[in-house]
Design a protein. Structure first.
Length: 137
């Protein structure tokens, strides 16, 4: 899988998302314990803050890359009815200075994704990347 490189050569991917009129989607990266990771960059305003790259996360072996699509108002009931699609990959190899990572398919459920990610995914034209990354306040 192709990634971007940080200034220090770490492979990175963007996370973020939000809702449109009828659908919503987001990408989130979870660590091996299925918790949100700290970003190396977060867009707080401007064009990037309203995109699928609201925060940049450095990737490590064992991380999960999770892409979610659903109709507006995601809920447990929607998950149980099959209305939410979750696609996940697990990072199995990364190398500093190389923008290609090795991934394998992974299984992630509704409960594995933190609640604040679902909240951010439901926000119409979301501009807050903090929903999809671990940010200290």
């Amino acid at each position: 899988m192709r990634t971007n490189l940080s200034k220090s050569g770490l492979p990175t991917l963007g996370v973020g998302g939000g809702a449109a009129s009828n659908t919503a989607e987001f990408r989130v990266i979870l660590n091996g314990e299925k918790r949100l990771k700290k970003p190396i960059f977060i867009a707080r305003h401007g064009q990037l803050s309203c995109s699928s790259t609201q925060a940049i996360i450095a990737l490590q072996k064992g991380d999960y890359i999770v892409d979610v699509r659903f109709k507006r108002d995601a809920s447990r009931e929607a998950w149980e009815c099959g209305e939410i699609r979750i696609s996940a990959k697990r990072v199995i190899a990364v190398a500093k200075g190389v923008d290609e990572i090795e991934v394998e398919p992974a299984v992630i459920s509704y409960d594995d994704i933190p609640e604040k990610c679902w909240e951010g995914g439901n926000v119409y034209h979301n501009r807050d990347g903090e929903y999809f990354a671990e940010v200290e306040r």
